[in-house]
Design a protein around this ligand. Structure first.
Ligand SMILES: *[C@@H]1O[C@H](CO)[C@@H](O)[C@H](O)[C@H]1NC(C)=O
Ligand SMILES: *[C@@H]1O[C@H](CO)[C@@H](O)[C@H](O)[C@H]1NC(C)=O
Ligand SMILES: *[C@@H]1O[C@H](CO)[C@@H](O)[C@H](O)[C@H]1NC(C)=O
Ligand SMILES: *[C@@H]1O[C@H](CO)[C@@H](O)[C@H](O)[C@H]1NC(C)=O
Ligand SMILES: *[C@@H]1O[C@H](CO)[C@@H](O)[C@H](O)[C@H]1NC(C)=O
Ligand SMILES: *[C@@H]1O[C@H](CO)[C@@H](O)[C@H](O)[C@H]1NC(C)=O
Ligand SMILES: *[C@@H]1O[C@H](CO)[C@@H](O)[C@H](O)[C@H]1NC(C)=O
Ligand SMILES: *[C@@H]1O[C@H](CO)[C@@H](O)[C@H](O)[C@H]1NC(C)=O
Length: 480
């Protein structure tokens, strides 16, 4: 996934020349105006939201949080201490959490229940949530993931992946897990769930990992979910993974992992519909947000797309990966994605679409607008993958269809490379539309690099590749 240094990159770096003062002044004015703009839109605003009245603030910035239908107050509220929990950071609370969840389960469909986790450090293995349930982490509450792999038992692979993502066979369950749930809230006063993933990253690095690593939070086949106002840290693998789910709101979250921690994606909506990701700060060793929908023939067979995904006011950094990734697992199809008011700094890529031969599926109707990037190496990148298939049964004739990607109002400063747009031979990416895109910091000799793509552009600098210079007004472009 990481690119090694190559002679071309070195030549580009060597030929980097300082822009003139007039040009710098122009850019900084641009940034100043844009920062005021994003401040007004309050990337980090955590304003008062009444759970009762719903999450949308009338007169506030645009929000998709209304996708979550707020439940009435839970009938029963208990603390983990009441189930024998000890928050000393050493005692295992696996049994306490499992006991608590068994108790909470009784109120499923009969008023619901809330489990409070008070200030303290609560070490635990994996546990399953139930429906009509709220997990609430009080100020100073920290849930710590067990360091014993057996406390993250093996579960079946997802049908749209056919195997664990990293290893054949089953995969470790997530620390906090849910299957076939409705009306679940995971929230609190900025308490922390810390996966203590270092042990897992070491197993990955030293090649002794036997089964695919677990997520911090995974919800399978679930509906009406809110995850908000918490800090998630050090996930072993992708941090938040809603899969085959709908009406999922992830809002006002901080997600952190060391910048070199492998595959610690922030949020990966996968084969899910009506997902809202808003007002999050993410820094990690992989994509901040990656939209997915299954892997090659397994994903094609399951045919569960990701549809109606909004990603708004997300900011952060990932030195080896991208701000927003679409794919590379996209075999069930991905459509109707809106990404706006994104701020990405010090990252390998800003916006990246990834696919490959064998994936099948589609990526269509993707709108990406109002993007600010600083020191991002490749601000816009489309790529065909690196021979990453689940097994030898993949079909080389299953070509993905990528059509209708609109990217507008982008400012990228201190960029290293011009957009790199590589479609697939025999399956060119079509209707790529770029409007008002300014990529600065490049040496004048740096050119766009396009292959098997076609589309339109307007107000784009530096001058895009000829493949995007198709003239005439496209109704598709106009509509976005
Ligand atoms: C976040 O916390 C604030 C302060 O407690 C609260 O008003 C708001 O409703 C919470 N936001 C979400 C999305 O849960
Ligand atoms: C949690 O759910 C999974 C299936 O989704 C199951 O395999 C596992 O045994 C459950 N764990 C507990 C503690 O109930
Ligand atoms: C929540 O905690 C994280 C980590 O300590 C911090 O970076 C973030 O600013 C906090 N968020 C709020 C709203 O206080
Ligand atoms: C790999 O890392 C794990 C976890 O830190 C450690 O227990 C194990 O001894 C390491 N194995 C090797 C071969 O370094
Ligand atoms: C996606 O949103 C569109 C427009 O709001 C709506 O018509 C459609 O039913 C939604 N699709 C799904 C699968 O939720
Ligand atoms: C395209 O996606 C947008 C969301 O970005 C949605 O509002 C619109 O309805 C979609 N268009 C079609 C034709 O589905
Ligand atoms: C171009 O994009 C920048 C950055 O988002 C924005 O401030 C500006 O208003 C846009 N210009 C037009 C003409 O839309
Ligand atoms: C598009 O039009 C411009 C001027 O209107 C012209 O310079 C350019 O060559 C045209 N590009 C193509 C690909 O026809």
């Amino acid at each position: 996934m990481m690119e090694g240094d190559n002679p071309l990159a070195n030549a580009i770096r060597a030929s980097f020349t300082r822009p003139s003062w007039a040009f710098l002044l122009l850019i900084f004015t641009g940034i100043a105006i844009f920062s005021i703009h994003i401040t007004r839109n309050t990337i980090f605003q955590l304003g008062p939201i009444s759970t009762q009245a719903g999450l949308e603030r009338p007169g506030g910035p645009p929000s998709c949080s209304g996708l979550f239908e707020a439940p009435p107050p839970r009938k029963v509220v208990k603390s983990i201490s009441e189930f024998g929990g000890v928050g000393d950071g050493r005692t295992s609370n696996t049994a306490a959490f499992r006991r608590a969840m068994e108790y909470m389960e009784k109120f499923r469909g009969t008023g619901g229940a809330q489990l409070n986790v008070p200030k303290g450090r609560w070490l635990t293995g994996s546990f399953n949530l139930t429906s009509d349930f709220t997990l609430f982490l009080e100020d100073g509450a920290v849930i710590l993931g067990s360091q014993d792999p057996e406390e993250w038992p093996i579960i079946e692979p997802l049908p749209s992946y056919g195997r664990g993502r990293e290893r054949l066979g089953g995969r470790h369950i997530s620390l906090i897990h849910g299957n076939s749930l409705t009306n679940v809230v995971i929230t609190g006063h900025n308490g922390t769930i810390d996966g203590q993933g270092k042990m897992w990253w070491d197993l990955w690095w030293n090649k002794t990992l036997e089964c695919t690593r677990g997520h911090l939070v995974e919800l399978i086949n679930s509906h009406n979910i809110l995850i908000s106002n918490l800090t998630f840290r050090n996930s072993p693998f992708w941090t938040v993974h809603p899969v085959y789910s709908s009406n999922v709101v992830i809002k006002d979250m901080t997600i952190l992992a060391p910048l070199q921690a492998p595959n610690t994606d922030g949020i990966d909506p996968d084969s899910s519909t009506d997902v809202c990701i808003e007002d999050c700060y993410i820094e990690s060793g992989d994509d901040l947000v990656a939209v997915k929908s299954g892997w090659d023939h397994y994903g094609i067979r399951m045919a569960r797309p990701s549809v109606n995904i909004t990603i708004r006011r997300v900011s952060g950094t990932t030195p080896t990966c991208s701000g927003i990734g679409i794919g590379s697992e996209m075999s069930g199809g991905i459509r109707n994605v809106l990404v706006e008011n994104l701020y990405v700094r010090d990252s390998a890529a800003g916006v990246r679409i990834k696919t490959d031969k064998g994936r099948g599926g589609y990526i269509t109707n993707i709108t990406i607008r109002n993007i600010m990037m600083e020191r991002v190496k490749v601000p816009i990148r489309f790529s065909r993958g690196a021979d990453d298939h689940p097994d030898e049964k993949w079909d080389s004739k299953a070509l993905p269809k990528v059509k209708g990607i609109s990217i507008s109002n982008v400012i990228s400063v201190d960029s290293r490379k011009a957009p790199l747009l590589q479609g697939i031979d025999g399956a060119p990416f079509e209707d790529i539309c770029m409007k008002n895109v300014s990529i600065s910091g490049l040496s004048p000799s740096v050119k766009w690099n396009c292959e098997f793509v076609s589309g339109f552009s307007d107000g784009v600098s530096p001058v895009p590749c000829f493949e995007l210079q198709k003239n005439g007004s496209s109704s598709w472009c106009a509509y976005s």
